[in-house]
Design a protein around this ligand. Sequence first.
Ligand code: DGJ
Length: 737
Amino acid sequence: MAGMWAVAALAAAAQPAQPAWVRFDAATKVFRLDGGEVSYVFGVNTRGELQQLYWGGRLAPTDNFPAAQPMPEWSSFDGSYTNTPQEYAGWGAGMYNEPALKITFSDGNRDLVLHYVSHTQTDDGFEVVLKDIERPIYVTLHYGMDGESGVLARSATIENRGTEPVTIEQAAAAAWALPAGNYTLNTLTGRWAGEFTLNQEAIDHGAQVIESRRGSTGHQANPWFAIQAGAADENHGEVWFGALAWSGSWRITVERDQLDAIRITGGFNPFDFGYVLKPDEKLETPVFYGGYARDGLGGASRVLHRFELEKILPRTNENSDARMPRLRPVLYNSWEATEFNVNEAGQMALAEKAAALGVDRFVMDDGWFGQRKNDHAGLGDWYVNPQKFPHGLKPLIDKVHALGMDFGLWVEPEMVNLDSDLYRAHPDWVLHFKGRPETEQRNQLVLNLARPDVRDFVLNTLDRLLSENDIAFLKWDYNRNWSEPGWDQLPPAEQKAVYVDYTRNLYSILSELRRRHPKVEIESCSGGGGRVDLGILRYVDEVWPSDNTDPFDRLSIQDGFTYAYTPQIMMAWVTDSPHWLNHRSTSLAYRFLSSMQGSLGIGADITKWTPEETATAKRLIAAYKEVQATIAQGDLYRLISPRDGSEFSSTETVRADKSQAVVFAFIHSTQEGRGFPLLKLEGLDPAAEYVLSPIEGKARADTPQTASGAWWMHHGLAMDENFRGDFQAAAFRLDRK
Ligand code: DGJ
């Protein structure tokens, strides 16, 4: 039967070999993609459309599909075209669900029906070409299946081979489909200081939309979804998930259609979209990644974490061939300690203390440049402020290096204050509509990065900064969303290209900077977690998940974050108590343990720490470094969720080779004398022996020091009887003997 799946005949001998994960049955015109534990199948139906057939657990090599048959007409109101789930549907022919592509032709025609033309292999995947039934609009669908995780990368290139321009009003990266049934949709939404809230709701008829119309990814919704068969469950059940690699305005629409089937369509946000394609021009969509797991939301996030670590995140030149990106240096950041009041002496004092704690990287945040005394001035003027740093940055950088740390610097290159030399010289460089007010947010405007001159200015400014100073790290901030997104250099009909070209230029600057300065690492920050997505993650090493550093709030934000993103990139600072946002007081150990669940940083005014606090910090930073690889790059199990006012929460991370596990346990507030629940660990080798060592806190007195993986998983780990109270935390490591 295996022979039924004839490997596609290669069109030309010179072409790269067909990837092993694609098979094409020429008789039935069915394509099958296999990777990891996943199979994805679609075919050319009898009408000529590309129809989705299967997405789920990996099928046997002997399994095969009959030729795709369009869904029948349900009634005169729901015809076959709208009932049939297509890989990439044009809006036309009576389509009432979300289309992948909507075009207006110059003669007013808006009907688009895409049929299969050909397929071919490429260096890193394969492509299927579609064409409108009558007009020379071609769509090339790109497919790349990761052989290990089964994560599928999909995108499209739309090409106008006609003689007249056309306007693209809607262009998805991909559409996905699931058969009729009951499902739960998981999304991540929020706001500034409250990012990554997990929402779980049944998928009902109609459309559920998550989106950003803001010009960037946004705090309010993240371009990730997970759909679970039946009710949401952390450890069991089938999950289909997706993540859109785009840091501009985006939209993901999840529909339960008229026949109860599920469709997920995502790409550029069609709101205010209008991309003019002149003859012979092309538009490339972002990539939409999709994956599948059989073991609940936990299983889905473990697949996604590993995929991000191994296939998405960049490498520096020192570890360009490494399977994993290098661990994040433990960093110190000055923002919460000094805000804009940075100067040479103050930063040096902080650096001395940071080095004594065991910090590896010292980062000076906002305030060092131009006339930046507060947030009213200076953005755009990227020269060192001569009053604060009379000798430039060199003495501070030299001092940081002499203390054994590397040096990082905050920048916000896409923005300008009205009170700046840059704005005075180039008022036309900002996003604006001619003659209309320019809406300020945080007293700043957005530079129009889509303009080639602005792109060059930003690239050259940062290039000079990195060439003139020994800087290892940039914290790249972005502190507002767009308003008045005009681009008056272009003819009116073409100005909406700003939604595409801005983000493409952002990526090209990041990529070019990394090429010119290959040892530099970058953090994506947007007033916290406003720009976290798989697009930007190809160019940055870490992200700032939230400006909210309250250690209790962070438990929920971090919990939500990990549904979509690996703890490796999740920077988490220990800051001062009481916390500036919630005025909550917590112990230093509690703050450390909350931050140690990701990549650890310190953001407190450490010059004020007592000897006892200093000793605690030193001890916990040293303990963290011993287990960091497990926490940042291991398999994460969310044992007890902190969501929904939970009294307790707990996570466990297991190293890929199962040689180590790290467990965190947090009490919000003990009520009615309830002790901490027994923690049944996950993911250990049942036959191996593991030694338990406390990092902070104690296990119950009768807990064996050494026991099998089976013991820890089945019997469980019990906390000390006195582990009670408000804002308590404990952490343990288990090492295989
Ligand atoms: C917002 C960031 O999220 C903060 O960490 C800090 O860098 C400020 N901007 C500085 O203005």
